[in-house]
Design a binder for this molecule. Structure first.
Ligand code: STX
Length: 325
């Protein structure tokens, strides 16, 4: 007889922040920052995706509220940070500097950094720049922001698995411009005409929303219907991808492994992740054999896929114990 399956862990219960704050980080940008859990708990920072996705209340629920003090903030231009959908003074390195500003503002010495998708990109960039500030890394849906990954999702690759959703995405771009989807979307997302901008933003975001889960296009998350969310998400993502993540060279993050290798880490990735293919997690594991890699056989990209939730909650529980909290 087969051994009984261990039940999958679920998210921790819904919780509200015990503190919310705004932090001015430049003459232009102000960030929304919140903390939840146990104020004297193990410090953790949860980085949202996109870039431009904003924090969501579910992100609080990957951590034991009796053991962790979790900080979330909305990255420049999105969520409750202002100005909304702004891409000036908005680069990977501005966000890395913001993490340090938030850390100093809150009086944290070192923290566990948790991030999925673009949140994993930013977590790795932060760890490469400030390795001594990172107690552990919990990363999901590894995205190294290479040209190959951007091409796979926005140009040709995932289009072969989701041709129906891809047609809806491509419909706002004339056939003559489809050879460079990032360029074609960038022109529209930064058009002076609001109608042009919003039509492009809806198509861009819907593509990502419809391909996020192994459950397929019907699993489109509710906020992908909100024009305010959609405009920041599409503009900021496209701005970062048109600028190749502001990295000095393609594949730069992998080259930094020697800098962050000593940080204890768990990596969680869905085998059927269409947005950020598993090959990037595998490439990272190759240069970072000490990191534990959990491949989830029945999951796509979303952090809320049951197998992904299970692995992430186990990872944060593991580090709460390992870091003796
Ligand atoms: N972007 C992947 C990413 O970071 C290429 C991402 N995709 N969807 C999201 O993030 C949200 C769920 C945060 C909107």
């Amino acid at each position: 007889m087969n051994a009984p399956m261990t039940p999958r862990r679920d998210l921790y219960p819904v919780l509200e922040p015990f503190r919310t704050d705004t932090l001015s980080v430049s003459e232009l940008h102000t960030l929304y920052v919140e903390q939840c859990g146990l104020p004297s708990g193990l410090p953790a920072l949860a980085l949202h995706g996109g870039p431009g996705g904003g924090s969501s209340p579910e992100m609080r629920r990957f951590f034991d509220p009796q053991r962790y003090c979790v900080t979330l903030f909305d990255q420049r231009g999105c969520g409750r940070s202002t100005p909304h959908a702004e891409v000036r003074e908005n680069t990977t390195w501005d966000l890395v500097d913001d993490i340090e500003r938030v850390r100093v503002h809150l009086g944290v010495e070192k923290w566990l950094v948790f991030g999925g998708s673009w949140g994993s990109t930013l977590a790795l960039a932060y760890a490469a720049r400030h390795p001594d500030r990172v107690a552990a890394l919990v990363l999901r849906g590894i995205f190294l922001l290479t040209e190959a990954e951007v091409r796979w999702f926005y140009q040709s690759g995932a289009s072969h698995v989701f041709p129906d959703a891809f047609d809806r995405y491509a419909a706002v771009i004339p056939a003559s411009e489809r050879g460079d989807m990032i360029g074609a979307f960038h022109r529209r997302l930064f058009s002076d005409d609001r109608g042009t901008r919003i039509a492009a933003a809806r198509a861009w975001a819907r593509w990502e929303g419809e391909t996020i889960s192994i459950a397929g296009p019907s699993a489109l998350p509710p906020r992908f219907h909100d024009d305010r969310f959609v405009e920041a998400f599409a503009r900021i993502e496209c701005h970062y991808f048109a600028n190749k993540g502001f990295f000095p060279k393609d594949g730069w993050l992998l080259d930094q492994a020697e800098t962050f290798r000593r940080i204890p880490a768990r990596i969680v990735h869905g085998r059927y992740d269409m947005c950020t293919p598993f090959s990037s997690a595998w490439a990272l594991k190759r240069v970072w054999p000490e990191a534990q890699l959990d491949v989830i056989g029945d999951a796509g990209h979303s952090s809320l896929e049951p197998g992904i939730v299970d692995a992430l909650v186990r990872a944060t529980d593991h580090f709460a114990a390992a870091l003796r909290w």
